[in-house]
Design a protein around this ligand. Structure first.
Ligand code: FAD
Ligand code: NAP
Length: 504
């Protein structure tokens, strides 16, 4: 199999010549982490080939003078994805009214269409093929399968009807097949969201946005239909700490403030001492806190007052409150209220902690959404997993005690960070992998079969992968259905339907 001549640069900067097949890397998960890792592995090469050409020189100098990664070979990358459709949370997480964020899909598509990149959708790693089998077929395996679980509040009543994890609620309105049947009951007046991160604000915005705004987005039609009938008029976004510890960002708060037909409802006492404390904090936090202060305490302008007096819906932050119990209706059939512990802060700034005062408060509500964070899950018992941090333990993306296995994205860092953060940590992982190839820490000297070693296993198990061109058929169908409804796309909602379109 070793049919091609290639150079291998040692850590000593010497260039070795040898005959071998290209290094083969597989990536598990086609979200931003998977695509950015693939992009870096491929891009480095493009740069290398472009400048090095046949004369073995880079910018006029012998290539051996340059540090890695310019010495890399023609790495081939295969991406395995659980679903028949790519892009992870860009498709199933990012709010439908934030279409500009989804432009990263264009870059991911370029990567997927690169001659040295292949997409294998509809392959669940851990179930359809094991990580060990991937290790046998590839020189390196990069785990980028994100965070598909959620942190639980751990309070009585959490499993009552009417209580949902934000992960599931978001999956429902974004068409994630796993959450297709959620059908949240929106017949109550008050919804309480626990957690004050950007996911909480996405959910609040979707619950309160006018239909005219939502119907132009790629939100699924069943979600739109249910939201059109919603009787929710009040959304409270509850945090265990104070206004200076809120986890969301200013853009998202501003969107709440500007949401048509709504008015804010804050508790002035929550902001005691904040006007003084805000002077001391760094700029982004300062600007965010000033916006909260203004919204909560300032006398509104005439125009704003007019908006507020006409508003039919209300939203508000509640601070210093932790969930204690979801209280059931008298017939025990569903949630009727949430009991919150009243906290005080110990310490100050980002690191301040919430300490219960012993007091509790009951807030009547028919919908409770727990938005206290996503959580990665182990997919293979043979791989190390840190259950406390819910990540794969790693050093700069190198999975500990497991040579040849790497990780990137939320699985590497935990479930925080925007797409840009995920991009940087994925580039870091790709860089570590290339360094290991270069130093010899990752053995790429013997030929590996790559997908040719995996597809027979999948076939034997009745798993038919979906190629990127199959996804493009699904994409076209969704766009076509969307045009008919005045939306950018109407997503296919079940794996069966996706596979049907992919295969016709
Ligand atoms: P993911 O995006 O979750 O990708 C993981 C992929 O792995 C998925 O495609 C999944 O199907 C696949 N997978 C899982 N298990 C397996 C398996 N066993 N085998 C094969 N494949 C598997 N960031 C922004 O910059 N702007 C935003 O507006 C924004 N909105 C967000 C909204 C929500 C609700 C959430 C939760 C996050 C948002 N983010 C946003 C953050 C952003 O989505 C993340 O930074 C990013 O998606 C993390 O990338 P990832 O690849 O690690 O995980
Ligand atoms: P997050 O930003 O980490 O927020 C989690 C929230 O849950 C915090 O308010 C946290 O409070 C609270 N919390 C955690 N554990 C709790 C507990 N046991 N009890 C009560 N409250 C608890 O997470 P996220 O909102 O899921 O967002 C994940 C990442 O995606 C973030 O980086 C976010 O910025 C990004 N994202 C970005 C966008 C966007 O750019 N528009 C949209 C969505 C998501 P403490 O601070 O007290 O821990």
């Amino acid at each position: 199999n070793c049919s091609r001549m290639w150079k291998l640069s040692g850590g000593d900067n010497r260039v070795h010549l040898g005959f071998c097949s290209p290094p083969k890397v597989c990536i598990v998960g086609a979200g931003p982490a998977g695509f950015y890792t693939a992009q870096h592995l491929i891009k480095v090469l493009t740069f290398y080939l472009l400048f090095v050409g046949e004369n073995e020189k880079l910018l006029g100098f012998p290539v051996s003078l340059f540090p890695p990664p310019y010495h890399r070979q023609d790495v081939e990358v295969d991406i395995y994805e659980r679903l028949p459709v790519p892009f992870g949370l860009v498709r199933f997480g990012v709010a439908p009214d934030h279409p500009e964020v989804k432009n990263v899909i264009n870059t991911f598509t370029q990567t997927a269409q690169h001659s040295r990149c292949s997409f294998y959708g509809n392959v669940n790693v851990g179930t359809d093929v094991s990580v060990k089998e991937l290790q046998q077929a590839y020189h390196a395996v990069v785990l980028s399968y994100g965070a598909e679980g959620n942190r639980r509040m751990g309070v009585p009543g959490e499993d009552l009807a009417g209580v949902h994890a934000a992960k599931d609620f978001v999956g429902w309105y974004n068409g994630l097949p796993d959450n297709r049947k959620l059908h949240p009951d929106l017949s109550c007046e008050t919804a309480v969201i626990l957690g004050q991160g950007n996911v909480a604000l996405d959910v609040a915005r979707i619950l309160l946005s006018p239909m005219d705004m939502l119907k132009k987005t790629d939100i699924t039609q069943p979600a739109l239909d249910l939201l059109a009938e919603s009787r929710i008029r009040r959304v409270l976004i509850v945090g265990r700490r104070g206004p200076m510890q809120i986890a969301c960002t200013i853009k998202e708060v501003r969107e709440m403030v500007n949401l048509p037909d709504t008015r804010p409802e804050m508790v002035a006492a929550d902001f005691k001492g904040i006007a003084e404390a805000v002077k001391e904090v760094p700029r982004p936090r300062k600007r965010l806190t000033e916006l909260l202060l203004k919204t909560a305490l300032d006398v509104p302008t005439e125009k704003e007052q007019e908006k507020r007096s006409k508003a039919s819906r209300v939203w508000g932050f509640r601070f210093f409150r932790s969930p204690v119990e979801v209280l059931p209706a008298p017939d025990l059939s569903r949630a009727a209220a949430i009991r919150l512990a009243v906290n005080r802060l110990e310490g100050s700034g980002e690191g301040a902690s919430a300490v219960p005062t012993g007091e509790v408060e009951d807030v009547p509500c028919g919908l409770v959404i727990s938005s206290i964070g996503y959580k990665s899950l182990p997919i293979d018992p043979l791989l190390p997993f840190d259950s406390r941090k819910a990540i794969v333990p790693n050093t700069m993306g190198r999975v500990q005690k497991t040579a040849g296995v790497y990780c990137s994205g939320w699985l590497k860092t935990g479930p925080t960070g925007v797409i840009g953060t995920t991009m940087n940590n994925s580039f870091d992982t790709a860089r570590a992998l290339l360094e290991d190839m270069d130093s010899g820490a990752l053995d790429v000297s013997s030929a590996k079969p790559g997908s040719q070693g995996v597809t027979p296993l999948l076939e034997k198990r009745g798993v038919k992968p979906v190629e990127f061109s199959d996804w493009e058929k699904i994409d076209n169908e969704e766009i076509k259905r969307g045009v008919a409804m005045g939306k950018p796309r109407e997503k296919l909602l079940s794996v069966d339907e996706m596979l049907h379109v992919a295969r016709t």
